[in-house]
Design a binder for this molecule. Structure first.
Ligand code: 4AD
Ligand code: MG
Length: 477
């Protein structure tokens, strides 16, 4: 008897009616009906036990969470709710599950409870749907770049440079925390450390990706990145995955076109390939929305929201225009914002980003040409001398989804910028080399992968879209 995944049987891909299948019991009803799930798809398959001819002791072991091997015949179902079912001819309990202690009961659990049981939460419909979508989305990302002439580049995870200049990094060291070797002046002597210098976990693969863009032309990285910022919000993780394309001979408008085309492609791909999971999450969200006050409800069902982004042009707005809108908007005038917008040069907070996207433009927005002072050192300075060719893409319900820029390709301008920010040239000599030998206009961006998973799944806490979230004071599992 051939082994099949539940998804194959439900799609009637089994060559003969006799099949073997494995899975975990979701529910066992009336000593007769097993709802079996193997993770291959959202749906369970109904397996019907001939209880009169089955040992009572065996029936008792068919409990929620138990792992089974079932042999049986696939038949048209007479019952409601499924087209086919399996009439069980042989059943083996591979792994028992004590119903008194198994945490995932067949009832609705809170996201908080499931976070504490993250090792088992993908046994629920909601989390298996979220993680299947996450998987499809990563595949879509690789697919997009692969079919558009990009090479996949693996940036190092341990680095000696601080790409974002924000200094919020996790140190990588083998030195003894209690008795590290010291210089005469009392500071730690990292020349004695494993790498002979200070190293940290990367905050972005961009600087390394730039070296590859300036040789392979079009590249992207897609890997874990780490930020030691102490922000305990629903949109920040200490370890998250970032997608970073980097393209030679491409300017900022080209970068915007790429980001928009890329986002629309991957959203469409997921809609086409994971309809069942999306529909399930949409219904779940709709049920949840009913309990919310009108003002907090999402204006659109999940799939409509995704389609809206696919079908509409992103609004492109300069930082200066955005500041004008924000300065004169109601929540600013009535002092409803926590951070009031007064002068040009203010950094935008998530409340401002969300106002622009959700209330003012009501569509994704690309903000560009930010003040140089609030952006990273590598962004290309505009002729006005005070703004840089930066872009952030803001999404409804999420805020900043993408951050990118055209890079400063002029050696003298880059050196001056680094000097002003006290970034030692010795540390980035290789980065400066790119500007010495065959420099060219180039651009790229970083997409927070989990934020995109949040948008697609409608999940509002970033901890629920990554398998084992790392956040301040939490690295369980
Ligand atoms: O805007 P960021 O900091 O940009 C960079 O790191 C650039 N080097 C990217 C590039 O141009 N190649 O980060 C990019 C994106 C943000 O827009 C956000 O979506 C996400 O990464 N992000 C986070 N996601 C989850 N948790 C965090 N702590 C994040 N910090 C940034
Ligand atoms: Mg940013």
């Amino acid at each position: 008897m051939q082994k099949y995944a539940v998804s194959d049987i439900l799609q009637r891909k089994n060559k003969s009616p006799e099949v073997t299948l494995n899975g975990w019991v979701r529910t066992f009803r009336a000593n007769r009906f097993i709802a079996l799930n193997d993770g291959s798809t959202l749906s369970n398959i109904q397996c019907v036990v001939d209880f009169e001819n089955t040992d009572e002791a065996l029936l008792k072991r068919i409990t929620t969470g138990a792992a089974l091997e079932i042999k049986g015949d696939v038949v048209e179902s007479k019952g409601k709710g499924q087209e086919v079912e399996v009439l069980v001819t042989a059943l083996t309990v591979l792994g028992d599950s004590d119903p008194n202690t198994y945490p995932i009961q067949p009832k609705k659990h809170s996201f908080e409870f499931l976070r504490e049981n993250a090792h088992l939460r993908t046994r629920t419909s909601t989390f298996s749907a979220i993680m299947r979508l996450r998987s499809t989305l990563s595949f879509a990302i690789h697919n997009y770049f692969n079919s558009n002439g990009f090479y996949y580049m693996h940036a190092p995870i341990i680095t000696g440079s601080d790409a974002e200049g924000a200094g919020e990094m996790f140190r990588v060291t083998k030195l003894d925390a209690k008795t590290p070797p010291l210089h005469e002046n009392g500071t730690v002597d990292y020349t004695k450390d494993f790498f002979g210098k200070e190293t940290n976990l990367t905050v972005s693969g961009q600087l390394e990706a730039e070296t590859y863009a300036m040789s392979l032309g079009k590249v992207y990285t897609f890997g874990p990145t780490f930020r030691a910022e102490n922000s305990n919000t629903s949109r920040h993780l200490s370890e998250f995955w970032m997608v970073e394309p980097e393209v030679a001979f491409m300017d900022l408008p080209g970068n915007m076109d790429l980001a928009e085309d890329f986002l629309k492609y991957v959203l469409k791909y997921v809609l086409e390939h994971n309809k069942e999971d999306l529909e399930f999450l949409e219904q779940r969200l709709a049920a949840e929305e009913k309990n919310k006050p009108q003002a907090e409800r999402s204006p659109m069902p999940l799939i409509d929201k995704i389609n809206f982004v696919i079908e509409n042009n992103f609004k492109r707005v300069s930082y200066t225009e955005a500041i004008d809108i924000l300065r004169n908007c109601k929540p600013n005038k009535k002092k409803k914002f926590k951070y009031l917008i007064e002068d040009w040069g203010a950094d935008l907070q998530s409340e401002h980003e969300r106002f622009l996207v959700e209330k003012h433009f009501k569509c994704p927005v690309i903000l560009f040409d930010y003040p140089a002072d609030i952006k990273a050192f590598y962004m290309r300075l505009n002729d006005d001398g005070k703004t840089v060719r930066a872009m952030d893409i803001l999404f409804p319900g999420i805020g900043e989804m993408v951050g990118g820029s055209q890079r400063e390709e002029r050696l003298d301008v880059l050196k001056a910028k680094m000097a002003a920010l006290n970034i030692p040239e010795e540390e980035l000599w290789w980065y400066l080399d790119l500007r010495k030998f065959g420099t060219a206009v180039h651009s790229g961006f970083g997409l927070g992968f989990e934020r995109l998973v949040m948008f697609i799944t409608g999940v509002t806490n970033i901890r629920d879209v990554i398998p084992f979230p790392r956040t301040p004071q939490n690295a369980a599992f």
